[in-house]
Write a protein that binds this ligand. Sequence first.
Ligand SMILES: [Zn+2]
Length: 245
Amino acid sequence: MAPSRRQLLRFAALGAGGLVLESLAPRAAAAAEGDLAERLSVCRPSGDPLQELLRRNRDFCRVWQAAERSEDPVDRATLLHDTWPLHCQVRPDALAAGQRPWASVLCCADSRVAPEWIFACGSGELFEVRSAGNTAFAEGIASLEFAVAELAVPLILVMGHSGCGAVTAAMATEPLTPLLEDLVAPIRATLQPGADLAQAVRTNAAAAAADLPRCSGLLRDAVADGRLQIQAAYFDIGSGEVSLV
Ligand SMILES: [Zn+2]
């Protein structure tokens, strides 16, 4: 018999270790799964995940702004690498068997927007969906459905950023390729007359955050049940600061 969609999702959530667990006696499998869940949760904050992201971002900001004061690229890299003690890291053997991220970030593909740096997180903490302009595209929404339904992620942060090229392209009149026209179309739909780039980025992030529960019944139900918070945010590349929209 072909595996059900739920079985496939479960396999994907647990990775290859899922097959091992399924073959154990039920009680031993439950104990092993419980132990794995515990090991995967060592970096999970006990408090509000949104406040934890913002707290870690403040740590990042201090180092990011200090790096600006150095003329030496190696010194700047050293300063940034000194943020690693702020990070928590799940054991690699646990990550090889599964994942238990505690926040999702829908953000731009821009090379300057790296959620693990911005939020001082290690592997296995953030479930990321990235696309130029951080719109709520179908495959991205499906990915977030997986994060919420199978990984119990309690927060989706939709994060735009300063100097976004996709939003700039949406505001401009230059012709684009057909695929890029498709990409910027939902951004164009959110543009307000007279808005500058920063305002347009914020509006676009808020619109994408609103689109998620509107386009997905699964996400809508999770929000209604109190299992999921969706929040829009803005990342300022110059200061390193993430502010809520
Ligand atoms: Zn961008």
